[in-house]
Design a protein around this ligand. Structure first.
Ligand SMILES: O=C(O)CCC(=O)C(=O)O
Ligand SMILES: [Fe+2]
Length: 295
């Protein structure tokens, strides 16, 4: 564990190999497939309080795909148990102590054949409100990414830039949607980052990647024939954050309460939903299709 803390602190990432067993992964994999089917019932992106399904009619796959599901713990007892399991506590406690809240709980898919399966390089601080820019790199917050499928170069495993977490907030990809286009080397160089240092985090199912709110990361599209399912849970030291759902209180696993708490969705109180989000961030939506000129 000391090694893990050390590595996250100096490199900005660390990998726990074999974090979950094959039987735990089999159960999770089946549940995640159920969540995908649940998402597909919606014609567009759907929000009900913190529960969100990001749904897209993908122009290349020519079918409806689910790209993300947030806070399925509200509808799945297995996911609710998973996010605050003893195994997570053992990895998190050395960083965050015994009182831990959770800010994100997401599953990401990269459906084979789809166009929109990449993430531009960014720092997760981009997606947070509040005082996070003052957070300590590893003492205040840790993000975890669990490999559900194997994560390879071909299916778009997470790519990170070691030691980038010490450069402060760099504003990468702040100018537009995170899943449109790919970061050019030039943009990284302008931010004093060396593209040759990019590392692809290849993992087996059950491996867990840790990174910080300031670690520069992104991922390439899935060009393989298989999916790339990845489960992201991010946690904070409770005393540093007003936001988040309890995960552990004095080390005790804590269930979701009667009312949801503000995590990443800031309008939770004013606009709890449920509602559909019809705005389309794809380049197809922004570039009107010009009809062929008549002969
Ligand atoms: O799923 C991925 O490859 C990256 C997702 C990510 O970095 C994010 O949602 O902040
Ligand atoms: Fe991210």
């Amino acid at each position: 564990m000391q090694e893990l803390v050390e590595q996250l602190n100096t490199e900005g990432y660390a990998i726990v190999r074999g974090f979950l067993s094959p039987s735990e992964m089999a159960e999770l994999s089946a549940e995640v497939d159920k969540m995908y089917q649940e998402g597909l019932r919606h014609h567009a992106t759907y929000r009900d309080r913190n529960l969100l399904f990001e749904v897209l009619n993908d122009p290349k796959a020519k079918r409806r795909v689910v790209l993300q599901a947030h806070w399925t713990a509200w509808i799945s007892p297995l996911m609710e148990h998973m996010r605050r399991s003893a195994k997570f506590f053992s990895v998190l406690a050395p960083f965050l102590g015994e009182d831990i809240k959770q800010i994100s709980h997401q599953v990401h898919w990269k459906p084979p054949g789809a166009k929109y399966t990449s993430y531009r390089f960014h720092q997760d601080a981009r997606f947070r409100e509040g005082n996070i820019k003052d957070f300590d790199y590893v003492r205040s917050s840790v993000t975890t990414g669990l490999a559900i499928d194997r994560q390879t170069v071909e299916n778009g495993a997470l790519r990170i830039i070691p030691r980038s977490h010490r450069l402060g907030y760099l504003g990468l990809s702040d100018d537009g949607p995170i899943m449109v286009g790919q970061t050019q080397d030039e943009e990284l160089r302008r931010a004093s980052l060396d593209p040759s240092k990019i590392m692809t985090c290849e993992m087996q199912p059950g491996d867990l990647l840790l990174w910080t709110l300031f670690t520069v990361h992104g991922s390439a599209p899935n060009v393989s024939q298989y999916d790339r399912r990845f489960m992201i849970n991010s946690y904070v030291r409770a005393s540093d954050s007003e936001r988040g759902e309890w995960a552990f209180r004095s080390g005790v696993s804590t269930a979701l309460g009667a009312e949801p708490q503000i995590c990443k969705y800031e309008q939770l109180r004013e606009r709890p939903g449920p509602f559909y989000i019809e705005t389309d961030w794809t380049e197809e939506a922004r570039t009107p299709v010009v009809a062929d000129a008549p002969p």
